[in-house]
Design a protein around this ligand. Structure first.
Ligand code: FEO
Length: 527
């Protein structure tokens, strides 16, 4: 077929990529088309005929649910507002969108599909945009079912469409759908390219953002990066589908943060790896699989992602979370908030751990620099909702926060010790003050202790603000030192070939298990 890649060329390229001998494409620094000159000339000739036919058609007129991203990239996803819990876990009172896109070039390309809840709308959109044309390629950037549920039907409706995906995605596709795509799969890896006419797509691996098979696709003409879950958000699209068309910071940011921190938050290092690759590329549009499309102020959302994925607090701010049964601990939490306010600290938020969904608490913990936890003693340990929250924080890999602890118990307070045991397992944990302990309800002695705690938290907040600029200077110096050939040469690094996780040490232990994807040492390569 004209302009279609020679699969043998692709496999050859994949093999080269696997041994790391050459990282191709824009992300690797050198653009390399898979087809050789001869193939390209033949393709171009055949493609001209097809393109002429395409040019003869009436330009896509659009229907209500479809929006143009560029002249030849169209949004064909859909929003829904019926589902209560995303992934059967996360409340989505504002709904959610499942984004999919079509590129109309000499060849047609569909980027991902949608969740099964919106397949009807999705296929209406696809039919309208294709406007009688066939589908040549389905690019599978992410195999999670909220984006892959319509793949089977796409394959049936468009029997000539090739499926462009990573090896890992092909394996997962076979697990979810009992279908054989071996004769139509184009397996790609880092830096592989696909020419569709005037556009060339470059594929970028993004393992564990948010599953191991994830890749992103970059279009050289528009500068659009089809970024899978990255840069996504909870929230249905309400006609306005570009981030610059909505009050994103006031109405969307909290859901974008809650989406990232809960869905991808654990894999900060992998996100950092992708951000490093993205830094060298001229990205003009971010097309995520959920939420608004970014075409302006990309630096703003990239900065948020940099902070979230490096576990850097977004703000110097205090989050107070309390677990209370009869009101004593709640009262201590409120007293602490008031004491902080009396000291001129404005950025304080207070949450009842029993009533606030843990996904909101996780997101707030990523936002705030300081976290004060107040818990009753329950079964000689931590109040159950508080314990669940802290275990969830640990699971999401939160690092580098400053804590202060308050415990209550009517005969033998023990919650602080239990909370500290969990927090101490999290990297970079520090404490602004020693724990405050009281019996049943706070009294004047407790108020004195809480005043001392508030003094210590105030001092820690000021220290953070004062130290930020200083830290940033010293980090620059450290980066410079770490980036020196001498410093790099001292490290031995093994990289997981499945998810990209890097292990540093003298030797990779024989019984080592990848903390990200769970594979053994046989899947690691020494760098
Ligand atoms: Fe939106 Fe990881 O799926």
């Amino acid at each position: 077929m004209a302009m279609e890649m020679d699969r043998r060329e692709f496999l050859k390229t994949a093999a080269i990529g696997t041994v790391g001998a050459a990282v191709m494409g824009l992300f690797g620094g050198t653009e390399t088309a898979l087809a050789d000159e001869k193939d390209a000339a033949a393709d171009a000739k055949a493609g001209d005929a097809e393109n002429a036919e395409f040019k003869g058609k009436k330009k896509f007129a659009g229907i209500g649910h479809v929006r143009e991203i560029t002249d030849d990239i169209f949004y064909v996803g859909a929003s829904e507002r019926r589902t209560q819990l995303f992934e059967n876990v996360y409340p989505i009172p504002r709904g959610v969108s499942y984004n999919s896109y079509i590129l109309l070039d000499e060849k047609t390309v569909l980027f991902d599909t949608v969740d099964r809840s919106v397949t009807g709308q999705f296929f209406e959109n696809v039919l309208a945009v294709l406007d009688g044309r066939s589908l040549d390629y389905l690019v599978v950037d992410h195999m999670e079912p909220d984006h892959s549920s319509a793949i089977s039907e796409v394959l049936v409706r468009y029997p000539d469409a090739k499926v462009v995906l990573t090896q890992a995605a092909a394996a997962i596709l076979n697990q979810f759908f009992d279908c054989d795509i071996s004769d139509r799969a184009i397996i790609v890896t880092e830096g592989d390219t696909l020419k569709t006419g005037k556009h060339t797509l470059t594929f970028v691996l993004a393992p564990m953002v948010h599953w191991p098979e994830v890749m992103m696709s970059y279009d050289d003409v528009s500068g659009a990066l089809f970024s899978a879950d990255a840069f996504g958000s909870f929230g249905a699209l309400n006609g306005n589908m570009f981030a610059d068309e909505v009050p994103f910071e006031t109405e969307w940011l909290s859901d974008a943060r809650r989406y990232y921190t809960n869905i991808v938050g654990k894999y900060g290092k992998n996100v950092q790896d992708v951000l490093k690759k993205a830094a060298g590329v001229d990205i003009k549009i971010l097309c995520p699989t959920h939420g608004p499309v970014w075409r302006k102020d990309l630096g703003w959302i990239l900065d948020k992602y940099d902070k979230w994925s490096s576990y850097t607090p977004e703000e110097t701010a205090v989050m107070i979370v309390y677990g209370s049964v009869y009101g004593g601990t709640e009262s201590a939490a409120n007293m602490t908030a008031a004491l902080l306010s009396q000291r001129g600290i404005a950025n304080v938020s207070v949450y009842d751990v029993s009533k606030t969904h843990v996904s909101e608490l996780i997101a707030e913990a990523f936002r705030c620099s300081h976290i004060i936890l107040a818990s009753i003693t329950y079964n000689m340990g931590i109040f159950t909702p508080m314990k669940n929250f802290l275990l969830d924080l640990e699971a999401h890999n939160l690092q580098g926060r400053t804590y202060a602890l308050i415990e209550n118990g009517s005969w033998s307070p023990a919650a602080a010790k239990g909370m500290q045991e969990i927090l101490d397992r999290m990297e970079g944990t520090s404490y602004a003050a020693k724990p405050v302990s009281f019996l049943s309800s706070p009294n004047s002695g407790t108020e004195k202790d809480l005043s001392a705690l508030a003094d210590a938290v105030e001092a820690s907040l000021k220290e953070r603000d004062a130290g930020k600029e200083k830290d940033s200077d010293s980090e620059d110096k450290e980066d410079s030192a770490n980036g020196s050939p001498a410093a790099d040469s001292e490290k031995t690094v093994w990289r997981c070939t499945v998810c990209g996780f890097e292990y540093e040490g003298e030797e990779l232990p024989e019984d080592y298990v990848c903390p990200i994807c769970g594979v053994g040492p046989d899947k690691f390569e020494k760098l």
